[in-house]
Ligand binder design. Structure first.
Ligand code: GLP
Length: 244
């Protein structure tokens, strides 16, 4: 779906999330959301905060699983996805802390694999993700599933692509400070969500959006795997859609 601009697209995505939360509330059930970081979802989160403050949208029944986190990473670091999520969403809504899940960047190396398995299991035991939000990196990564990721991959420790580290270098004051690794949900984890929304804004994302939507299916561009899903929607502004 192509919207005239990022703002109208973000409001539409936030409205869909709010509708899902309210429907689940009416059924007395939790809404299980997969969340993304990056610049892309910021306006969606801002609108959810506004709906909470001004229209009484409650997040009391919401359970969240974030896609990824740098490794190693302290939660209190300015660049952590914990800090990002608190700043843009969690600190401003009535979600229970116990319902927030973000991959743990502080684990000892031998604790990472068991943590990843447990992350998958927690999602499964809740009946799976109702909705997964995605951005897209310039390598075609979703979450931190870089080129070479398998379509059935699960939550795991990955090595970041050089381009991804370069793109993150501004946040870290230089590429040399960007962690080399990250913990990410897998493509297989993302695929199991009942609904997937991938968002992209501006001409900067147009070439990778073209590859993801129209390019040949390839592990070199992990987002092309989404072509295999019948429950994914690309939500774009005109800039990001300009090469389709
Ligand atoms: C990071 C995140 C991804 C995100 C991507 C795009 O690599 N791990 O989940 O989609 O950046 O970021 P942005 O939205 O800032 O363009």
């Amino acid at each position: 779906t192509v919207y005239p601009d990022q703002r109208s697209a973000s409001l539409a995505v936030a409205a869909r999330i709010a509708k899902l939360i309210r429907e689940k509330q009416a059924l007395g059930k939790p809404a299980v959301l997969g969340l993304a970081t990056g610049v892309t979802p910021i306006q969606v989160y801002a609108e959810l905060v506004r709906l909470h403050r001004e229209e009484g949208l409650s997040f009391a029944n919401v359970i969240t699983f974030n896609l990824d986190e740098y490794y190693p990473m302290l939660p209190e670091a300015a660049q952590s996805y914990v800090t990002f999520m608190n700043e843009h969403l969690f600190a401003h809504i009535d979600i229970s802390r116990a319902n927030i899940h973000i991959p743990d960047g502080t684990l000892a190396p031998d604790a990472v694999a068991p943590f990843c398995l447990a992350y998958e299991k927690q999602i499964e035991e809740l009946g799976g993700l109702d909705l997964q939000l995605l951005g897209i990196g310039r390598t075609g990564h979703i979450g931190f599933n870089e080129p070479g990721s398998a379509p059935n991959s699960g939550t795991r420790l990955v090595t970041l692509d050089d381009l991804t580290r370069r793109d993150a270098s501004r946040d870290f004051g230089g590429k040399q400070n960007v962690p080399v690794k990250a913990i990410t949900m897998g493509i297989g984890t993302i695929f199991k969500a009942r609904e997937i929304i991938l968002m992209a804004w501006s001409r900067k994302k147009a070439p990778i959006i073209r590859k993801a939507v129209e390019g040949e299916l390839s592990g070199e561009v992990p987002a092309t795997y989404l072509q295999l899903s019948d429950h994914v929607e690309f939500v774009l502004d005109e800039g990001a859609a300009s090469e389709l």
